[in-house]
Ligand binder design. Sequence first.
Ligand code: THU
Length: 149
Amino acid sequence: MRLERKISETLIREALEARDMAYTPYSHFQVGAALLCPDGTIYRGCNVENAAYTPTNCAERTAFFKAVSEGRRKFSAIAIVGGPRGSSLTERDYCAPCGVCRQVMMEFCSPAEFVVILARSPEDYREYLLEELLPMGFGPGDLTEKNGL
Ligand code: THU
């Protein structure tokens, strides 16, 4: 499924604004995300690093955890923008979500329906389904009666 262009552009603009909030004193790699709920609500997230490194939270998970902590459980799409601080995103590779963030998406989203937008600008983006980015993912459906549980 493709999103309406206007919705994709809005999400990308929100992700770009979220990216300005990234706390990245170690990697200087700033990521922003904007997560869309079916009712149109958007939750923003940025990456938040830590001196101990492993507690670092990616932008995508920040957005998901903000939304889930506010009672949301259903999601339609996420836009992601990222690159080194101060660099022009238009000259860089698209920023793809890490494996841990893909797994968090798998927890709450339908792999055949959830749209992941990788963007360099509101006009320059690619859309993927979660199932393309995480083939044969393991999710909540695997921990049900169908597996004898
Ligand atoms: N990062 C994200 O926030 N999302 C991604 O999709 C890739 C990586 C962050 C984590 C860390 O703060 C920095 O980018 C470098 O890995």
